[in-house]
Ligand binder design. Structure first.
Ligand SMILES: Nc1ncnc2c1ncn2[C@@H]1O[C@H](COP(=O)(O)OP(=O)(O)OP(=O)(O)O)[C@@H](O)[C@H]1O
Ligand SMILES: [Mg+2]
Length: 344
């Protein structure tokens, strides 16, 4: 026999970070708020645009996909999910929506106005409400939002935007901001006990037998290393593989201990992609591991780059790095308040 059934995993793929679980513990309130906001779309009324923000790996995307799945099943309104990392321009986003609604278009050769008009036509034929999720909306060019807002169609149309950055709309044109009129939904990091429940729920469906303490160890690692659930999932997957190699029929604390050192952060390359060049330089300065006072850090940054950004924008960079968990900010009271920045 080339392969035998695993004695550890019953559904290994349920530990994958792409897997959308049947239950999302501790996100009930957020899910309710988002669902209530978009529900009018399925009754022919205008939905409330909604903005979700919070640090990486705490269920923002999963919550929206969960709600969209329910909506599609009950067929009250149509939903389209767009990750703006993959569709950054107005043309790309508008075409993606047309295609997802089942109307093929040739991406090449069509100008933006044609795609815009095509989308309008398609929407007016839809005969039901539409909710569009723009995930990682900080990656989207502003023009795309402007286009979506001026669609002016006969059906109820709502937007759900997601970002790590709470202030992503702060620099948007005031007329865009006011027509968006977003209801904000904050996602706070899970506490240790919440993280344990979240992982426990995933383990229940994916691993046959687990020793007490294993899930708590994985949850602790995830919380200590920035709060990303994906870290916990990775720990469980790796520990499960170790258990298999050791021919065990149970995932034990010993197996988990062996992998904890390896699993420190999730997809650092993805986190790094989310940051701009200025932010990358800040990280390089902090790479030596020492803590820096924000004023000193700014001076060092100005020394290294040709066109340094303003003091104010620099602060935004630091805040953004903190939001994606790449730096830590500690406030210290000396003369006034001083911010001490260090790498996570
Ligand atoms: N409450 C939960 N229950 C079960 N799984 C969860 C829960 N919260 C998050 N997860 C899982 O954690 C992983 C990361 O969640 P998700 O992709 O939603 O994060 P995110 O907040 O969108 O992060 P990012 O800002 O990096 O995009 C996914 O596999 C998701 O299914
Ligand atoms: Mg996400």
């Amino acid at each position: 026999m080339f392969y035998s059934e695993s004695r550890i995993f019953k559904n290994e793929e349920m530990l994958s970070h792409d897997y959308l679980p049947e239950l999302l513990p501790h996100r009930e309130n957020q899910i309710k708020q988002i669902a209530n906001n978009i529900l009018p779309a399925s009754k022919g009324r205008q939905p409330q645009n909604t903005f979700l923000f919070g640090s990486p790996g705490i269920g923002k995307t999963a919550s929206v996909k969960y709600i969209f799945r329910e909506f599609e099943n009950s067929s009250g309104a149509k939903t389209v999910y767009v990750n703006c990392w993959d569709y950054k321009t107005a043309t790309a986003v508008l075409s993606k929506i047309v295609i997802d609604l089942g109307y093929p278009i040739q991406r090449r050769g069509w100008g933006k106005d044609e795609i815009f008009n095509r989308l309008k036509e398609v929407l007016n034929k839809l005969n039901k409400g539409l909710i569009i999720c723009l995930d990682e909306i900080d990656q989207l060019e502003q023009e795309a939002l402007y286009d979506l807002l001026r669609l002016d169609v006969d059906i109820p149309l709502g937007l759900v935007a997601i970002s790590n950055n709470q202030f992503v709309f702060a620099d948007a044109e005031p007329r865009i901001r006011s027509s968006l009129a977003m209801d904000e939904v904050e996602f706070k990091p899970y506490t240790l006990m919440e993280m344990k429940d979240v992982l426990q729920e995933r383990v229940k469906h994916s691993i046959i037998s687990v020793e007490d303490g294993v899930v708590l160890l994985a949850a602790n690692q995830a919380v200590q290393k920035g709060g990303d659930v994906r870290i916990g999932l990775q720990c469980l997957l790796k520990a499960g593989r170790v258990a298999e190699q050791e021919n065990s029929n149970k995932l034990e604390v010993e197996h988990m201990r062996k992998v904890l050192k390896e699993v420190k952060e999730v997809k650092p390359e993805i986190l790094k992609e989310k940051i701009n060049d200025g932010e990358k330089i800040i990280l390089e300065i902090l790479n030596g591991g020492k803590k820096q006072q924000s004023g000193e850090l700014y001076k060092e940054y100005c020394r290294l780059v040709k066109d340094p950004v303003s003091d104010r924008l620099f602060r935004e960079y630091i805040n953004h790095l903190a939001e994606v968990n790449l730096v830590k900010i500690n406030k210290r009271k000396l003369h006034g308040s001083v911010r001490i920045i260090s790498k996570v």
